[in-house]
Design a protein around this ligand. Sequence first.
Ligand SMILES: [Zn+2]
Length: 251
Amino acid sequence: MTGQLVALFVFLGANIADTVDAQRQQAWVVQASADLDPRAVAALQQVVGPDRRLLALRAYLRAGTSLSGRWTWSQQQLSAYASTAEGKAAAADLNAVIAAFASANPGFTLRVNRMPRSLAVQLARWNENRSVGVAATALATALDRQFGATVVPDAPALRHALMNWTPAVAAALAAPGLSAHGQARAFDFQVEHDGKVIAGIEAASARQQWDAAGWTRKLQAAIRASGNRFAGPLSTPYEPWHYAYVSQPAP
Ligand SMILES: [Zn+2]
């Protein structure tokens, strides 16, 4: 056999192995998602790749009965939000933080994305995010090790394994549908100077652009000065720009 032919068979063999793995993982997705909220099942169908589906499914299973109350608003709810009492209160609370920040840091502007994050946006990010890909591969590998030799694993055992697996490094995104941004329960801030973002919402910027440059502390100070309507920042994964909206002043 020529070298080229050998290479071709190795390539085909690897592809067939990949397909078999993908089919087995997809069978686990179907098996373990049987009793889920239909909105979560529909979201899983829009996730690309069985390993990313397994990682999202893990989050849905862990959410348990809280999933329904946490699920991202419908398009109709998202569109109505700005004109609701809750939306108006959040806008006023955000304006207060921005004003406090501006008076303490002349020349610098605090920006915030006020729009709740739709399911479509959460899905698009989940499907392309690198940290999600890394965690998804690790989860699929762990499940393969545990169930790879079984034809059809026991559904409770599969769900148990999914729920109890922990990534070495947490993915930087909540599973699609479960982001606190989906119900305007969280907001991301960033700092601008001369129209340029100097502390943004990139995972790589947390230590240098935020902590080392002092913006982590200055954002916290602006939140305190404006009545403590936001709690944070998020610690896992560490996001100095991400705050939960608590709407009542913290005691
Ligand atoms: Zn956020």
